[in-house]
Design a protein around this ligand. Structure first.
Ligand code: GTP
Ligand code: MG
Length: 696
C-alpha cells in the first residue's frame, strides 16, 4: 500500500446491536474494494473479521477487528466492533480513536437496545456519525418507519442519503440523493452496481427527499441559509462543501439503505465515505498531558510533527501472535523508530509496522498521523498507553473503561495452577481492559469482574483452551464485617502456662465499647502504676489487632470498637510479649461475645436505567433483593432508579436485569456503606462459616 496523508484517511467504527450486520457489511466492503476475492459468510465461519475460534463457534463478533480498504484513493480504516453488550469496552475504545461512528440498524426491527447503548457514547462525545439501515432485503423491511425511529431515538439530524427503491426480498436498487442517480445491484458478486436515471415512479419522492437534504445542509450554516432563502436552492459546489462541514460538526447524520447479504448500496456508501466523511485532520485536535504536569496540550494531526500514538487494543491469538494496535495521533512512524512510553518512560522500538485485515497482516514502511496500524506486542506497553518521541513526551487522553457490573471468583480444580491462571487472565485483561482480575487477600479468592457473564466465561474458557487449566467461576465471598452494639466493662483473661523451664504469664482486663461507623479501631492504654509494664503494651495492642483482622463470628474483620486496657498483672520471670498477645486476644473474644455482636454487610448504591414499561417489574425485583429504592427520575424514554442493595443480593444481577427487560435495562454500582444484616441472614452467614471451617 502507498503512503497516506491524513486528508486521504477515514477512520470509522461500526457499532450496533448484535447481529445487525456489521461484520457482513465489512466483508462486502473488503470484497468490493478488492482486498478479498470471495465474500465470506457468518454462517460458514469464514469472514475476515470473525476469525477467532469462539467467534466462529458462536457466530458473533467478540473482538474488535481492524480492517482497511482503499477506495477512490482514500484509505478507509474500519473498526468492526462486537454488538454483544459484554464487549462494550471495545466499542468505547474503538470510537475513541475513530473520526466517525456508523451505527448499523436492522430495517425490520428498528433501533434495538445495543444500538441505543453504544450511541450514548457517540452523543456524549459529540462524534460525527452516520447510520446504515441494513437488511433492507428482509421481507418485513420498513425503511421509512426505521428512518423515523432513527430521527426519534438516535438523532433528529438524521437525513436520508440513499433510499431503497424496491425494499423487501427483491431489493436491488437505491436512489442516491447526492448523485441523483439510481444504482442497481443485480449481482452480489459484481464489484459495482449500475448507475441509471431515477425511474419515473420514484422521481417525485426522490425530489422531495433531495429537497429535505438541501434544506438540512442549508440549516447547518448561516451563509448557506441566507443563500438558500434568496435563491431557493444551493449550487452543487455549495451542497458538497456544506454537506462535508455539516457532517464534521455533527449537525447532519447521513442515513444509507443497504443489504449486506445482497451487497446492495455498498458502493454508494463507500463513495460517500471517501467524499464526505471527515478525515482525521478535520477533527478537533486530540488532547494530551505533557510530563507530570496537569496542563493539557493539543496534538494536531500533522505528519510533520513529533510522533505520538495511542494503543487502543491488544490482540493475542494462536497462529497470529500478539499485537498492539494503535492510532497514530501525530508525526510519521517509520520502521526502527524508538518511542518512549510516557507511563513508565521505557523506550520501545517499532521493529516492524503492520496494517491489518482481521488476522492478515501486511508490512508497511511508514504510517502517518491519523492512520491505524499494529506492531508486535511491545514488552512494556499496554492498552491505553501513549508512545511518543523523546523530544516531546506526552500522554494522550485515553478512553474510559466501563466499571464492572458483574463479578465472579475463580476456583481452581487442582492446586498449583496459580501462575498459569494469573498469566492467562492477564492476557485477557490486556485484550479487553474492561475485564479486571484481582486477587483479594481478604476473601482469599481471585476475583474477575467485567461487563457480563459471557465475557467472564470466555476468560475461563481461554484458561482451559490455552493453558489447560480447569477452573470454575463461583460466587465470590462477601466481605462481611463484625462489630458490637453493646459494651463490656470488664473482659478478663489470664494466660498462664507452667511446663518445665520458663513459663508464660500475661493477664489483662479490657473494656469494649462501640464507636460510630467508620471510626475503625481505637486502643486506649489506661494502665496506672505499671500493673502491666509499658514494654508489654505494644504486644497487647498487636494481639488485639490480630484478632480484629481475623474476626470471631464469621472470620471477617472487626470494625468500629474502642478497647481500653485498664488493668492486669504480670510475672517477673514468665511474662513476655507472646503471653500478653494471647491474653489480649482471648480477653477481647470474651468481651466481644458479651457486647451484643452483630454482622455488617456491604451495601451498594445502584443506578438502574430501564424503559418505562419495565419499571414495575424492576422495582419489585429490587425490593425482593432487600433493596431500598431511593428515588426515580426520567431520562428521555428511560426511567432511572436509584437504590441501595446489599452486595450479597447482586450476584449475576446484570444478567437477571437483562432478561427482565428484554435486554434494555442496564445498571451501574458503587460501594456505599456497611449495614447490619437481618437476623435470619446473620444465622445463615454464621452457619456457612462454621461449616467451611469444619471442612478445612
Ligand atoms: N437477510 C440479511 N441477512 C443479513 C444481512 N446482513 C447480515 N445478515 C445476517 O445477519 C446475521 C448477523 O450478521 P453479522 O454480520 O454477524 O452481524 P454483526 O452486526 O457483525 O453481529 P455481531 O458482531 O455479533 O454484533 C448473519 O446471519 C448474517 O448473514 C442482510 O443485509 N440481509
Ligand atoms: Mg460482527
Amino acid at each position: 500500500m502507498k503512503d497516506y496523508n491524513p486528508e486521504a484517511i477515514r477512520n470509522i467504527t461500526f457499532i450496533g446491536h448484535g447481529g445487525s450486520g456489521k461484520t457482513t457489511i465489512s466483508e462486502n466492503i473488503l470484497f468490493k474494494a478488492g482486498e478479498i476475492n470471495r465474500i465470506g459468510k457468518i454462517e460458514e465461519g469464514n469472514t475476515v473479521s470473525d476469525f477467532n475460534k469462539n467467534e466462529i463457534e458462536r457466530q458473533i463478533s467478540i473482538s474488535v477487528s481492524p480492517l482497511h480498504v482503499e477506495w477512490k484513493n482514500v484509505k478507509i480504516n474500519i473498526l468492526d466492533t462486537p454488538g454483544y453488550s459484554d464487549f462494550i469496552g471495545q466499542v468505547i475504545s474503538s470510537l475513541h480513536v475513530s473520526d466517525m461512528a456508523v451505527a448499523i440498524v436492522k430495517s425490520a426491527e428498528g433501533i434495538e437496545v445495543g444500538t441505543e447503548m453504544t450511541w450514548e457514547y457517540v452523543k456524549r462525545n459529540n462524534m460525527p456519525s452516520a447510520v446504515i439501515v441494513n437488511k433492507v432485503d428482509n421481507e418485513h423491511s420498513k425503511f421509512e418507519d426505521t428512518f423515523n425511529s432513527i430521527k426519534d431515538r438516535l438523532s433528529s439530524d438524521a437525513i436520508v442519503i440513499t433510499m431503497p427503491i424496491n425494499e423487501g426480498i427483491n431489493f436491488n436498487s437505491v436512489v442516491d440523493l447526492v448523485k441523483m442517480k439510481q444504482t442497481t445491484y443485480s449481482d452480489p458478486n459484481a464489484k459495482q452496481g449500475k448507475d441509471s436515471e431515477i425511474p419515473a415512479e420514484v422521481a417525485d419522492n426522490a425530489a422531495i427527499m433531495r429537497e429535505q437534504l438541501i434544506e438540512k445542509i442549508a440549516e447547518s450554516s448561516e451563509d448557506l441559509m441566507n443563500k438558500f432563502f434568496e435563491e431557493g436552492t444551493l449550487t452543487d459546489e455549495e451542497i458538497k462543501k456544506g454537506l462535508k462541514s455539516a457532517i464534521v460538526n455533527g449537525s447532519l447524520v447521513p442515513v444509507f439503505a443497504i443489504s449486506a447479504s445482497k451487497a446492495v448500496g455498498i458502493n454508494n456508501f463507500l463513495d460517500f465515505v471517501a467524499e464526505y466523511f471527515p478525515s482525521p485532520d478535520e477533527r478537533k485536535p486530540a488532547k494530551a498531558k505533557i510530563g507530570d504536569k496537569d496542563n493539557t496540550v493539543e496534538v494536531k494531526c500533522d505528519p510533520q510533527a513529533e510522533a505520538s500514538l495511542l494503543v487502543f487494543k491488544s490482540l493475542s491469538e494462536q497462529h497470529v501472535g500478539e499485537l498492539s494496535i494503535f492510532k497514530v495521533y501525530s508525526g510519521t512512524l517509520n520502521v526502527g523508530m524508538d518511542l518512549i512510553n510516557s507511563k513508565n518512560e521505557k523506550t520501545e522500538r517499532l521493529g516492524q509496522l503492520f496494517i491489518l485485515n482481521g488476522k492478515n497482516r501486511k508490512e508497511v514502511a511508514k504510517l502517518s498521523a491519523g492512520d491505524i496500524g499494529a506492531v508486535v506486542k511491545l514488552k512494556d506497553t499496554h492498552t491505553g498507553d501513549t508512545l511518543s518521541s523523546r523530544e516531546r513526551t506526552i500522554a494522550l487522553h485515553s478512553f474510559e473503561v466501563p466499571s464492572p457490573v458483574i463479578r465472579g471468583a475463580i476456583q481452581s480444580k487442582s492446586k498449583g495452577d496459580e501462575d498459569k491462571i494469573s498469566t492467562g487472565l492477564h492476557i485477557v485483561h490486556e485484550e479487553d481492559p474492561s475485564l479486571n482480575v484481582k486477587y483479594d487477600p481478604e476473601l482469599g479468592q481471585t476475583i474477575v469482574s467485567g461487563q457480563g457473564e459471557l465475557q467472564l466465561s470466555l476468560a475461563v474458557k481461554l484458561l482451559k483452551d490455552r493453558y489447560n487449566v480447569d477452573v470454575e467461576l463461583v460466587e465470590p465471598r462477601i466481605p462481611y464485617r463484625e462489630t458490637i452494639k453493646g459494651r463490656c466493662d470488664d473482659a478478663e483473661y489470664k494466660h498462664k502456662k507452667q511446663s518445665g523451664g520458663r513459663g508464660q504469664y500475661g493477664h489483662v482486663h479490657l473494656k469494649l465499647e462501640p464507636v460510630p461507623r467508620g471510626t475503625g479501631f481505637e486502643f486506649v492504654n489506661a494502665i496506672v502504676g505499671g500493673v502491666v509494664p509499658g514494654r508489654f503494651i505494644p504486644a497487647v495492642e498487636k494481639g488485639l489487632q490480630e484478632i480484629l483482622s481475623k474476626g470471631i463470628l464469621t472470620g471477617s474483620k472487626v470494625i468500629d470498637v474502642k478497647v481500653t486496657l485498664f488493668d492486669g498483672t504480670y510475672h517477673n520471670v514468665d511474662s513476655d510479649e507472646v503471653s500478653f498477645k494471647i491474653a489480649a486476644s482471648q480477653a477481647f473474644k470474651k468481651g466481644f461475645l458479651a457486647s451484643n455482636p452483630v454482622i455488617l454487610e456491604p451495601i451498594y448504591d445502584i443506578t438502574i436505567k430501564v424503559p418505562e414499561e419495565f419499571m414495575g417489574d424492576v422495582m419489585g425485583d429490587v425490593s425482593s433483593r432487600r433493596g431500598k429504592i431511593l428515588g426515580m427520575d426520567s431520562e428521555g424514554p428511560f426511567q432511572v432508579i436509584k437504590a441501595k442493595v446489599p452486595l450479597s443480593e447482586l450476584y449475576k444481577y446484570s444478567t437477571h436485569l437483562r432478561s427482565l427487560t428484554s435486554g434494555r435495562g442496564a445498571h451501574s454500582r458503587q460501594f456505599s456503606h456497611y449495614e447490619e444484616v437481618p437476623k435470619d441472614v446473620e444465622q445463615k452467614v454464621i452457619a456457612e462459616y462454621q461449616k467451611s471451617k469444619e471442612e478445612e
